[in-house]
Design a protein. Structure first.
Length: 373
């Protein structure tokens, strides 16, 4: 359980935000300067709010009305930063042992070998940080934080300094923390693909305020209405279960109530329920069910809204069978010609190669059930 309600005023920035979630991975999402890192620092005890209350794992760490402010070293918040901040003169084993030094007595010691196995760093124990790749350093930093027996893990843009290959290397390990350990995570990021893959809930920030909160599907569906109609960056998230692998064609097939979704082959990288990211510019709409097409993904739904600006394109949001919402960028001429209005039945066509493979992520059944209600 994490509950946050704080105000912090600076000369050129004011943070005033509140949210509460029972567990899982809570993503703080938004552009630079929106307040994500400030919230992380307040949770960790690096900064003090002007007023507010913070509860971490059912333990009150800040309550300004009651005059309570627990110092950082007593909060048991595991911090992971962009660069890992490992001690360069120590080996990996010694860096991990340094984390154990901060584990409070009587809390139950985290088993060293289990953490090493979880993060796949056993072969690195004798190495020094300067010889490690960026992804390896981040895994060691996570291990050090875990061995301090934290109540919660706060990860501040932990993948921001890594290239795409290193990001894909470390994402599965963060998923394991979320799913296997059940450790609450606050994950700071401005990367949609990371949030789509990891988050069970999202707090979207702008200018120090919460502008949306809920599941990734709910938050990014609400973002559609905020996007300028002529911008192609709108992303939708669909969730379903992998039902077929077709390695001979390098594709996987996901079952969705609106129709089957064909994606680039997962090659065993995700099991069970997955979330798929789809760019609005890569969605085509038809008013009748098409046939004899090369496009394999055809999803049925009804138009929820049509938003058009002064430019040539507009955004058509479609409520799909099963509850997910899909955004499509459509020319204003097509909107008029096809009579695209709220309530009209349509069929959304998405090419497999147009689906953002990096936005694929596994999430647990409890999250899946909640999102599909």
């Amino acid at each position: 359980m994490i509950s946050f309600s704080c105000r912090l005023s600076r000369s050129r920035f004011v943070l005033e935000a509140d949210f509460a979630y029972p567990g899982g991975c809570t993503a703080l999402f938004g552009p630079s300067g929106s307040g994500k890192t400030t919230i992380a620092r307040l949770i960790a005890g690096i900064e003090r709010p002007d007023r507010g209350r913070i509860v971490v794992a059912d333990h009150v760490v800040v309550d300004t009305e009651a005059g309570l402010w627990e110092p950082a070293h007593r909060r048991r918040v595991g911090l992971v930063f962009q660069d890992g901040q490992l001690l360069p003169h120590l080996t990996v084993r010694q860096n991990l042992a340094y984390g154990r030094y901060f584990a409070p007595r009587g809390t139950g010691r985290v088993v060293f070998d289990e953490v090493v196995d979880l993060l796949g760093i056993g072969h690195l124990l004798a190495a020094r940080p300067l010889t490690l790749s960026g992804g390896e350093r981040q895994r060691v930093a996570i291990g050090r934080a875990l061995l301090a027996a934290p109540r919660i893990l706060v990860m501040d843009e932990p993948l921001a300094s890594l290239d795409a290959e290193r990001k894909h290397e470390i994402l599965p390990f963060i998923e394991r923390l979320r799913d296997d350990l059940g450790l609450p995570i606050v994950y700071v990021s401005h990367a949609v693909e990371e949030v789509a893959r990891l988050a069970t809930q999202v707090v979207r920030l702008a200018g120090g305020r919460v502008v949306a909160k809920g599941t990734p599907v709910e938050v990014f569906a609400s973002q559609v209405a905020d996007e300028a109609p002529d911008r192609p960056e709108t992303v939708s998230f669909l969730s379903g279960r992998v039902i077929r692998e077709m390695p001979e064609f390098a594709i996987s097939v996901i079952a969705h109530p609106a129709g089957e979704i064909v994606i680039p082959a997962l090659m065993g990288r995700a099991r069970g329920t997955v979330r798929v990211a789809v760019q609005g510019a890569n969605v085509t709409l038809a008013t009748e069910r098409p046939s004899h097409l090369s496009v394999r993904t055809v999803l049925e739904g009804r138009i929820a809204s049509v938003t058009a600006g002064a430019g040539p394109a507009g955004v058509v949001t479609v409520d799909l069978e099963g509850g997910d919402r899909l955004a499509a960028h459509v020319t204003r001429h097509a909107i008029s010609d096809l009579g695209l209005v709220a309530g009209k039945q349509v069929f959304a066509l998405v090419k497999a190669v147009a689906i953002d493979e990096h936005g694929l992520g596994r999430f647990d059944g409890r999250t899946a059930s909640k999102e599909q209600e």
